[in-house]
Design a binder for this molecule. Structure first.
Ligand SMILES: Nc1ncnc2c1ncn2[C@@H]1O[C@H](COP(=O)(O)OP(=O)(O)O)[C@@H](O)[C@H]1O
Length: 445
């Protein structure tokens, strides 16, 4: 179970794991995603969050055959939303855990405990999921980097010939999987998920505490009254709260992509780097290498904007986004009546943030942009850290390659058949002296 910032996802995996006969892959079933408040809102809305969780678990009971309930391990892994809550108010986060544990233990599964996983683990498990589902690990193929964008944090993980872990060892995770050694570079940027980065950008725009904020990342015609205390209620921005600000401000969209890009850039710090090369905020990043899978909010946003095709030149992508941002808010709402208003209002910002993070933050260029693939699922399973987490906790990926027979089974069958035919021919030939003589002699002309 993933208890992130705004959503809670419950993933059920068959246990003992059912494997695909051909590929040996564990099949994942993504069961349900709690709608509305996630687990971290247990602190502010315990009844509502508890009810969502209970419904999700009831669904899990239906999916897992009754006789397997007790054997089915249940893990709770919390990510950046809970990391932030823990930083802001550790007793609130303890209460959330107690409430969730109490609720989960009422179900017949084998509860294995709850944990806030580290950003490093979140990145590494996302990378394992992607490469496991692609079968790159088992076959020892070149791996794919993983780019994950959540609400509160974002992760980048990849293997690079330029990185052996000696420079900035805290970014290194080593694995031995299927007999191959991997030295993974990974970094998790807390506060750089798409919700917290929006707060950081708006905090930057409203440092002086004005009554009106003109925002280039929101559509022209968009206007809303917002609360300063709500905007600054996060450890990502709390220290910047303006002193003499009114209670509320009027948030007005102006829909200007270029200005939005400049405002988004203000959340990254490029001033110092003590390593050979950095992404931003003084964090080491080796040279980018290989293909990348970008999932979670990368996919939600780029899919909505119809921008998942990375063979389209980056300049054209920006041009499309520029036009989208400049579109009037009324028109946007009319065109997408089915989309949640909060998401709809933020796609211009989110798209701009994604492009800025990838190009300015991680240094993807017009050429290497096409190495990225925006993905939601791989072979029917969700890309994300949860499958990797489960595979790790249940020791489902062997460190060594399984002992393979010298020849696969069909190979044995054919070798045995060939030997049998040869023996039979030899046997017939050895009986040659006993063969009846031919009555008709060949004629020599
Ligand atoms: N359809 C969507 N459109 C835009 N944003 C979305 C959509 N679905 C989820 N999100 C947002 O994407 C971010 C990542 O979502 P999710 O992977 O569920 O993450 P987390 O657990 O980090 O909140 C969150 O900010 C969530 O609100």
């Amino acid at each position: 179970m993933d208890a992130g910032s705004s959503h809670t996802a419950l993933y059920i995996y068959e246990w003992p794991a059912e494997k695909d006969n051909n590929t040996g892959r564990v099949e994942q079933t993504h069961l349900c995603k709690v709608k509305g408040p996630g687990i971290s809102s247990y602190a502010s809305a315990p009844v509502k969050a508890g009810e969502s969780l209970r419904l999700c678990m009831e669904e899990a009971k239906q999916w897992v055959p009754g006789k397997r309930h007790h054997q089915t391990p249940l893990y709770l892994g919390a990510t950046a939303g809970m990391r932030l809550l823990n930083m802001a108010n550790s007793s609130a986060s303890d209460k959330v855990f107690q409430a969730v544990e109490g609720a989960l233990q009422k179900f017949p599964f084998s509860y294995q405990g709850a944990k806030i996983i580290s950003g490093q683990d979140e990145g590494a498990f996302g990378w394992i999921t992607v490469n496991y589902l692609d079968e790159r690990l088992k076959q020892g193929l070149e791996t794919r980097g993983a780019l994950d964008l959540g609400g509160a944090s974002t992760q980048i993980s990849f293997v690079s010939d330029n990185y052996d872990g000696s420079e900035s060892p805290s970014n290194s995770v080593t694995f031995r999987l299927y007999g191959n050694d991997y030295n993974l570079y990974t970094h998790s940027f807390l506060c750089y998920g798409k919700d917290q980065s929006l707060r950081m950008m708006q905090a930057h725009q409203s440092q002086a505490g004005p009554a009106t904020v003109l925002d280039p990342c929101f559509h022209p015609g968009y206007t809303a009254t917002k609360n300063y205390s709500v905007l600054y209620d996060s450890p990502c921005v709390s220290d910047r709260k303006p002193k003499d600000a009114p209670d509320t401000f009027t948030h007005i969209g102006i829909g200007d992509f270029l200005q939005c890009q400049a405002a988004v850039k203000s959340v990254f710090n490029f001033t110092s780097c003590k390593y050979s090369r950095c992404s931003f905020n003084g964090v080491l990043q080796p040279l980018l290498q290989g293909p990348y899978g970008a999932f979670s909010a990368y996919y939600f946003v780029m899919n909505f904007l119809n921008l998942t095709d990375t063979s389209v030149p980056l300049e054209d992508v920006k041009e499309k986004l520029k036009r989208y941002c400049a579109t009037n808010w009324d028109q946007i709402m009319q065109q997408h009546p089915e989309v949640k208003l909060k998401y709809l209002a933020e796609y211009c910002f989110s798209g701009t943030y994604i492009l800025t993070l990838l190009t300015e933050g991680y240094n993807f260029t017009s050429e290497s942009y096409s190495d990225i693939k925006f993905i939601k699922k791989i072979k029917g399973s969700d890309a994300g850290w949860t499958l990797g987490y489960m595979l790790n906790l249940t020791n489902m990926i062997p460190a060594e390659a399984p002992d393979t027979p010298l020849l696969p089974h069909p190979g044995y069958v054919s070798v045995v058949s060939v030997i049998a035919v040869l023996l039979f021919i030899l046997f017939i030939v050895s009986l040659r002296p006993l063969w009846p003589r031919c009555s008709k002699q060949p004629q020599i002309v």
